[in-house]
Design a protein around this ligand. Structure first.
Ligand SMILES: Cc1cc2nc3c(=O)[nH]c(=O)nc-3n(C[C@H](O)[C@H](O)[C@H](O)COP(=O)(O)OP(=O)(O)OC[C@H]3O[C@@H](n4cnc5c(N)ncnc54)[C@H](O)[C@@H]3O)c2cc1C
Length: 225
């Protein structure tokens, strides 16, 4: 259950439930994992990264879980098992709300599956917190882009965390980017209207949404530079 295996199953990379953030960082993986790796470097400090698991980050179901946005952009699926039963769910259907998951009594999350066809996409992750290091996210954005030979967007997966109970994909923006060369003004505030950010001690809803817009523009600019 430790490590990332690409051989067992031809169509997926399989992240075992006991795989830590540090295990992920030490594994050679294609470009589509760069966003998840960037998140791994920012989960807590080194002590946390050495012992905390990616699966635990999902099962914890915190709105500020740094692993969720990049795994959503990777179309991750989770494998849930009891002693007698096994099922699979898309990550988007696994995390149901703040600290709520689809785990049933007796179930463990045993694997996270990432489709191999995503391979060489360009991926990234940006996190805003109250300070640089060892900090819970106020907002985070993950992106995975595929560009054609002219630099136009072929596919885009963009997900925002800490601005709703669960991380949310920016589906309208993803659709509008298709066939275009990226420019920051293509990202508008109405692309974030379906988020339900809250006011709390880390930031107001207005600040969060404004920061999400800025981080999304910045991340996509970096990925298309
Ligand atoms: C000091 C500190 C800083 C932190 N900073 C961050 C941060 O910056 N970003 C961030 O996202 N998180 C952060 N966290 C939260 C946490 O460390 C991470 O979410 C981590 O990845 C959780 O993994 P874990 O293996 O420790 O899970 P645990 O904390 O052990 O488990 C979390 C929950 O999920 C359940 N669970 C775990 N694994 C499974 C499984 N395979 N199947 C079913 N249920 C399971 C557990 O029973 C528990 O209810 C921080 C925590 C601490 C203490």
């Amino acid at each position: 259950m430790v490590g990332i295996n690409s051989e067992q199953d031809g169509n997926y990379w399989r992240i075992g439930a006991m795989t830590t953030w540090q295990d992920l960082l030490e594994t050679e993986l294609p470009g589509c994992f760069d966003g998840l790796k960037a998140a791994a470097r920012q989960v807590g400090g080194r002590q946390i990264q050495n012992c905390a698991t990616i699966a635990g980050n999902l099962c914890n179901a915190s709105p500020a879980a740094d692993g969720v946005p990049p795994l959503l952009t990777l179309n991750a699926r989770v494998v849930l098992q009891t002693q007698t039963r096994k099922r699979e769910l898309p990550l988007s259907k696994f995390i149901l709300g703040n600290r709520r998951t689809a785990l049933e009594a007796g179930e463990l999350l045993t694997d996270i599956l990432i489709p191999k066809k995503l391979g060489q996409g360009r991926a990234g992750f940006l996190k805003l917190g109250a300070r640089e290091y060892l900090v819970i996210s106020v907002v985070m954005v993950a992106g995975l882009l595929f560009l054609d030979e002219h630099g136009k967007v072929r596919h885009a997966h963009i997900s925002v965390g800490a601005c709703s109970e669960t991380a949310v994909s920016l589906s309208e923006l993803e659709a509008e980017l298709l066939g275009r060369r990226f420019s920051p003004n293509l990202v508008r505030s109405d692309h974030f209207q379906h988020l339900s950010a809250i006011d709390d001690h880390r930031g107001t809803a207005v600040y969060r949404l404004d920061a999400a817009l800025t981080l999304t523009r910045r991340l996509l600019s970096e990925l298309t530079a």
